[in-house]
Write a protein that binds this ligand. Structure first.
Ligand code: NBP
Length: 480
């Protein structure tokens, strides 16, 4: 079982579900792969279960490092946070100049920036790489979003591209940008995933409120998956809705406790949106909706004290209603992408990255959880146009124009019937906000000036002004 010195082209640290599958993926692509896990029994089990992969098995970190060809390339697939820092700390004394650590875990991008700077000072390279696709993706081809220096991409890019998912033969992996750029983009991917799932949940609840059975809803999602909405999440929604619970015979979805969990990447996306001042409202609604669902005391108090409509939607034409919900879902999904990509644009400016949004959309077309037909169109629109927002892309703006009547009807029906649809409503509000010639901000500025002398600008003259509200109400120019 001992490792042969310096014979592996790459190594993977962390043999839980993601790391072991990624190591197998590497082996399937012809890379001689070293494997190591803190708990040796796990490494031994993986090697035993998959002898055909020809893994180089390391029982200690020094043995693992010694087994790698130089410059050494290793992928960390350990729990994000403390475990990642502990592994890096243990590796540093064992490595030599120009060795490359790739962190494939779900690390927070600010941690990645810190680690990259630290390793750069030591003459080492650090690639913070988002990897999406879950355990199946890790094995069969995930979407990969590597950040780090061009130099390190030169050494690991080819391998990552080889093991990534392919969309019409193109690898779903490309260099995103320096230091934390890759993990930043992965964070946004997850934020969009939250919004996407929230919209799907809302569409399902609206269909149920309109009298569709779970099985009928499953068929509707399956049909939607053949058109513009075609995506992994819509596809698996049909599967989940079709699945009956063997114990009760009920649709499983009716037996699952109505409280959504989360691991934190959606929250990071929203926190960072707040830091950057980017309105990622659909993603925030999705995070808050999960939080509301998982607040039993709040929900019990609300159910006890509050009244409202009976959450039933009267529908005359079922096909027409289904089509309206489809359009609301498509339009809302577009807004979530627009907000996520806007956060990437502003984040790139803030952190000094040059991120090619078309390339990001291309990476997301296969392998990852948000893979969707729409992403091919988004990639083409960004490649062909200089866009401030996805919403202004010609084919997208046209699609939204066609969808908006249905979108408004669906939101109105939800509000009238008392069916919560915070994602659809928030997406529509954003659409109306960004196209409005005037928002309600002038009054906000007047109020701020009244109570705090915060000043305001005028539409007809340059400079900042303050009104002497408590005296003669005359206006003074405060600055140019
Ligand atoms: P986990 O996130 O459950 O992490 C388990 C691994 O971390 C084991 O190998 C464990 O070793 C190792 N580990 C821990 Br815990 N503490 C350690 C420490 N102090 N030092 C060294 N190793 C330590 O595994 P996973 O679900 O395979 O995910 C791996 C990474 O990929 C995570 O960052 C995750 O966020 C990310 N990711 C996961 C998915 C997914 O679908 N699961 C998708 C995309 C990305 P042990 O066996 O000795 O405890």
């Amino acid at each position: 079982m001992s490792a042969t010195p310096a014979c592996a082209q790459i190594g993977v640290i962390g043999m839980a579900v993601m790391g072991s599958n990624l190591a197998r993926n590497l082996a399937h692509h012809g890379y001689r792969t070293a494997i190591y896990n803190r708990t040796t029994a796990t490494t031994v089990k993986v090697a035993h279960d998959f002898p055909q992969e020809g893994f180089v098995v390391a029982e200690s970190l020094p043995e693992f490092v010694a087994s790698l060809e130089r410059p050494r390339r290793m992928i960390l697939m350990v729990k994000a946070g403390v475990a990642t820092d502990a592994t890096i700390d243990a590796l540093i004394p064992l490595l030599d100049k120009d060795d490359i650590i790739v962190d494939g875990g779900n690390s927070f991008f600010q941690d990645t920036r810190r680690r990259e700077a630290r390793l750069r000072d030591l003459g080492l390279h650090f690639v913070g790489s988002g990897i999406s696709g879950g355990e199946v993706g890790a094995l069969e081809g995930p979407a990969i979003m590597p950040g780090g220096s061009q130099h390190s991409y030169h050494y690991v890019g080819r391998i990552l591209e080889d093991i990534s998912a392919k969309y019409e033969g193109e690898p779903c992996c490309a260099h995103i940008g320096p230091d934390g750029a890759g993990h930043f983009v992965k964070m946004i991917h997850n934020g969009i995933e939250y919004a996407d799932m929230q919209f799907i949940g809302e569409a399902y609840e609206l269909l149920r409120a309109a009298g569709f059975t779970t099985r009928e809803a499953a068929d509707i999602f399956a049909t939607w998956n053949t058109g513009d909405l075609s995506s992994y999440l819509i596809e698996i929604t049909a599967e989940v809705l079709r699945h009956d619970d063997p114990t009760t015979g009920l649709p499983l979805v009716d037996v699952i406790t109505d409280a959504a969990g989360m691991k934190g990447t959606g929250t990071w996306t929203v926190q960072e949106a707040l830091n950057l001042g980017v309105p990622a409202s659909t993603i925030a609604e999705a995070v808050f909706a999960r939080a509301t669902s998982s607040s039993p005391e709040l929900r019990a108090a609300g159910q006890e004290a509050l009244t409202g409509p009976d959450q039933h939607i009267e529908v005359e034409d079922r096909d027409e209603f289904t089509e309206q919900v489809r359009q609301a879902l498509w339009a809302s999904k577009v807004v979530a992408y627009a907000q996520g990509l806007d956060e990437i644009r502003v984040g790139a400016e803030e952190y000094g990255w040059s991120i090619d949004v078309a390339s990001v959309a291309r990476i997301w077309r296969a392998g990852c959880i948000i893979r969707a037909r729409l992403l091919d169109r988004i990639a083409n629109e960004y490649a062909a146009n200089h866009l401030v927002t996805l919403l202004e892309a010609p084919s997208i703006a046209e699609g939204l124009a066609q969808a908006q009547v249905s979108w408004r009807r669906v939101v109105a029906s939800a509000v009238e019937a008392g069916v919560p649809a915070p994602g659809f409503a928030s997406a529509l509000t954003y659409y109306d906000q960004v196209r409005a010639p005037r928002l309600n901000a002038a009054l906000t500025q007047g109020l701020r000036d009244f109570f705090g002398a915060h000043t305001y600008r005028r539409i007809d003259r340059p400079g900042s002004f303050h009104t002497l509200w408590s005296d003669d109400r005359s206006e003074v120019r405060v600055s140019d």
